[in-house]
Design a protein around this ligand. Structure first.
Ligand code: CMP
Length: 137
């Protein structure tokens, strides 16, 4: 089933010049970039995007990190895009991510973990609407 999901290439991976390498992983696995914008997140934007984590101890550090440099926000489309993107990313903590995944190859630690991806259809719809309000379902 064709789906859309939100992907963010985070400041650590942008700084390391890994935008192309990461997008190649998506394209090589039949995920198509159908929308993209490069931007510096404001603290307010980052806080709203990650509001589900606002009670977590890592929340303020996460906002510091996500606003530390530019990010590339994308909508990806393809069969089972949500699950496929999560498989390609690997576990949140790169130390636990499977060999060959984006986080195993490009991430430094559980905070600076190279990429974000929506974790469910509901989250994907909310996250896509957050950055691409004109894209629709
Ligand atoms: P992401 O998939 O974008 O979703 C929430 C983010 O919070 C996560 O990736 C990490 O960047 C960060 N995060 C999750 N757990 C921790 C943790 N234990 N310590 C620091 N940052 C974390």
């Amino acid at each position: 089933m064709s789906e859309k999901t939100l992907s963010i290439i985070k400041p650590d991976a942008v700084l390391k010049n890994k935008i192309g390498a990461i997008i190649s992983r998506f394209e090589d696995n039949n995920l198509k970039v159908i929308a993209a914008q490069m931007l510096m997140l404001s603290r307010e934007q980052a806080g709203a995007f990650y509001s589900v984590h606002k009670e977590r101890p890592f929340y303020q550090g996460l906002l510091d990190f996500m606003t530390s440099g530019p990010v590339l926000v994308m909508t990806l489309e393809g069969n089972n895009a949500i699950t496929k993107n999560r498989e390609l990313m690997g576990a949140t903590d790169p130390a636990k991510a499977d060999t060959g995944t984006i986080r195993a190859d490009f991430a430094d630690n559980v905070e600076a973990n190279a990429v974000h991806g929506s974790d469910s259809p509901e989250t994907a719809a909310t996250e896509i609407a957050f950055f691409f309000p004109n894209l629709g379902g």
